[in-house]
Design a protein around this ligand. Sequence first.
Ligand code: MRU
Length: 343
Amino acid sequence: MRTIEWREDGTVITVNQLKLPNETEFLELRTCDDVAEAIKTMKIRGAPLLGAAAAYALALTAHHSKGKDKAALIRELEVAAEKLRKTRPTGVNLFWAVNRILGKAYTFNGDARETAAMIVEEAKKIADEDAAANRAIGRHGASLLEDGDTILTHCNAGALATVEYGTALGVVRAAVEQGKKISVIATETRPKLQGARLTTYELKRDGIPVKLISDTMVGYVMYKRMVNKVIVGADRIVQDAVINKIGTYQIAVLAKEHDIPFYVAAPKSTFDLTHTSAEVTIEERGPEEVLYIGIERIAPEGVAVLNPAFDITPLKYVTAIICEEGILYREDLSSLSRTAEKK
Ligand code: MRU
């Protein structure tokens, strides 16, 4: 099953990622508000998945619209789009998908019913394209991996963060499918523990050897040459940097220090080459995520907290970016930036 699916009865099915790995709970989402709430609370997460989820949220709005004419439908879609844009600010795929669907709706020649049907099809197309992009990323990225490699990955850039197959984990999967022996070291990824909860879960299910470490162990495993490549995903790739889960930057700096290649795997829908890192809003999440582990409070009452959900890795630390079109180096990105269109 894909991580997110459209049902012809006008519902969207996905898995509640907050409950994994202990419980597999499927969510049946019926409205844009349902999707927006699932995104905000991180039941749905991972930049490419947020793109598909936002597209399906607009599809739900259109499919269930009671608007009498196309103008009324457009108004409903604009309200829904605004709600979605306010959920999580950093990953660009959500904004890209919302703008793509709205743009299609504005220019489509048809009545409200036909426009709604077109939007549902466009959302499905966005999901299909993500699945295809991940397979292509896997194929390109696998050429960089050798038999016997141990890959360090951070957060979860797997099937759960995308429509299927994954970006960073897609590369690992493709190499394994080619018969290469690959093992993975996954960081736990405090505070939300996507590495511990989701990456190890996915890899175990696939039978790919994985060892879990705490975030504090990255320097040690590099120093001891226990990993020989890093592959992470991205939430937004801008002109000068890769923006990804908090903790990515320190891993990239350590990788450079130890001469370990640092690869970023992401579809073109994650590229935002009309902006620089200074222009991106880094999501600041609530203090309870840092103050608690599970239900246990780990810090004294009244302590102040910082909780940025993402960090910024300057391109000088990135060996290459693997996207569906191939492997890109810094120079390729600069020339892409010159012709990039606003998302
Ligand atoms: O806060 P999250 O869990 O949505 O953050 C996810 C990440 O940072 C992933 O690494 C990124 O979205 C790439 S997923 C293919």
